[in-house]
Design a protein around this ligand. Structure first.
Ligand code: BES
Ligand code: ZN
Ligand code: ZN
Length: 479
């Protein structure tokens, strides 16, 4: 019988470690001496290497887990060591386990909690033969500093990562555009922000023609989700986030090959980041005004599907010649971005999308493609990317690429029809719907949103983007 164990993790702050009870003790590579006083033996089979751990038993038979933090260069992905550690050992934990946090800085404590929480994600939500067992474990962080708010931030962040992973891993027959709308509504109610869902009729009235065109071939109607979180007295929006929410990308009439087609359920990875970040920012109560916009549709094959050769309208009023119906993400985003700019005039606008196979061929699974004409924004995002190990790498937006957008019959075409510059061509297309906004950035996350991991047999959601974008928002939030 498949067995799912839900552990509800509670993180608390204690002053002193009780060494007669179970505890976790982090250790940097080669620094075993610094924790020697806590160990029952002098030479454990452990040297502090990154993502390793070793169980020792103390004098009362208590568990002492030494966990390897590795070297300084591993700090950016410290959550992975605690994710792995908790994933492998938590079934043996009791009601309480202590965590010696005195040797860790704030960032390391935050990352540790995120990792412990990430180990609570269970991918088997749709198995029929599961036995839910809810138990709760309190992890007591011993620290002389007051770290309650860090523990809370870590818990919220880990929870949000798990919630967006569940969305991305959810099957596309369940996760329809309307389902994403429902998810957002529920989240908004719980985390206290405003959520509006524009349904098909609203989209028709308001002229979201590109979203409607992509959704035409599906029995699951498209939606646009608008999440507003305003902590400031003013109405000015500091940051707008826009996400590609294709709940399944068959390619449409320009149909995709069937190999690994099931993975195209993850084509709403950008939308998931946007939904997650707004929820997390609201939970953290950051002092900022943000909106999250999700343009969601299913790209299906049907007699009603839009076709290659069609000329469609868009929210901006620009007409678009469809060269390939599989270049659908840039269409829904064109409407989402243009709407965000015209309706909210945000200071910053960032879109996230699993947009092109081209970016996967360029960077593999190691970085998202970053496109912007604003170098300051690029530098900020790049630095955050390294800090949280959700890296971005910039690609050019030269004017030279504009010729490839020109259509004979419409204002613009959705694909250059050539096997070159794929991700850049998509970014340039999006740029023409930004009304020359000076602080716009596009992140192509096709390679990083979904992939192999030690925690699943098939490819699955990574949770990429939550820490990256939340930290960007944090930097722009007033203290
Ligand atoms: N959803 C895909 C991009 C994608 C590919 C995401 C691989 C994740 C993994 C996108 O809609 C798409 O099909 N892009 C095409 C565009 C082309 C037809 C212009 C691509 O990149 O091949
Ligand atoms: Zn596509
Ligand atoms: Zn797509």
């Amino acid at each position: 019988m498949a067995f799912l164990q839900y552990i509800i993790m509670i993180y608390t702050n204690i002053q002193q470690l009780d060494t007669t009870k179970d505890f976790i003790i982090p250790c940097k590579k080669g620094e075993l001496k610094s924790i020697q006083q806590f160990l029952p033996i002098e030479n454990p089979d452990f040297d502090g290497s990154f993502s390793t751990h070793q169980l020792l038993y103390g004098t009362t038979g208590n568990r002492i887990y030494v966990v390897g933090l590795g070297e300084d260069k591993n700090a950016a992905q410290l959550e992975n060591t605690f994710y792995k550690f908790a994933f492998e050992t938590q079934k043996y934990w009791g009601e309480e386990i202590q965590f010696f946090a005195d040797g860790l800085n704030d960032e390391a404590i935050l990352k540790s909690v995120i990792g412990l929480e990430m180990a609570q994600y269970s991918i088997g939500e749709f198995k029929s033969t599961k036995e839910d067992k809810k138990i709760s474990t309190t992890i007591s962080f011993s620290s002389e500093k007051k770290i309650d708010t860090i523990l809370e931030e870590g818990k919220f962040t880990g929870e949000t990562i798990n919630r967006i992973k569940a969305l991305v891993d959810a099957p596309p027959n369940i996760k329809t555009p309307e389902y994403l709308g429902e998810w957002a509504k529920k989240s908004a109610k719980k985390a206290s922000y405003k959520c509006t869902v524009l349904h098909q009729k609203d989209l028709e009235k308001q002229g979201f023609d590109a979203v409607l065109a992509v959704g035409k071939g599906s029995i699951n109607p498209p939606v646009v989700i608008i999440n507003e979180y305003k902590a400031k007295k003013t109405d000015k929006i500091d940051i707008a986030l826009v996400g590609k929410g294709i709940t399944f990308d068959s390619g449409g009439l320009s149909i995709k090959p069937s190999t690994n087609l099931s993975y195209m359920k993850s084509d709403m990875g950008g939308a998931a980041v946007v939904l997650g970040v707004v929820e997390l920012v609201a939970k953290l109560g950051l002092n900022i005004n943000i909106v999250g916009i999700v343009a969601s549709a299913e790209n299906a094959v049907d007699a009603n599907s839009y076709r290659p050769g069609d000329v469609i309208n868009s929210y901006s009023g620009k007409t678009i010649e469809i060269i390939d119906t599989d270049a659908e993400g840039r269409l829904v985003l064109a409407d989402g971005i243009n709407f965000a700019i015209k309706k909210y005039n945000p200071e910053y606008i960032i879109d996230l999308a699993t947009l092109t196979g081209s970016i996967v061929r360029t960077f593999g699974y190691a970085a998202a493609g970053m496109f912007t004409m604003n170098q300051e924004m690029a530098n900020t995002m790049s630095a955050i990317g390294f800090k949280v190990h959700e890296r971005v790498w910039q690609l050019p937006m030269f004017e030279d690429y504009e010729a490839d957008l020109q259509s004979d019959v419409a204002d613009i075409k959705n694909y250059n029809g050539k096997p070159i510059e794929g991700a850049i061509n998509a970014a340039k297309f999006l740029e023409s719907f930004t009304e020359k906004h000076e602080k716009w950035m596009h992140l192509d996350i096709a390679g990083v949103a979904f992939g192999s991991s030690p925690y699943a047999k098939m490819k699955s959601a990574s949770g990429y983007g939550i820490q990256l974008i939340t930290n960007f928002v944090k930097e722009k939030a007033s203290k």
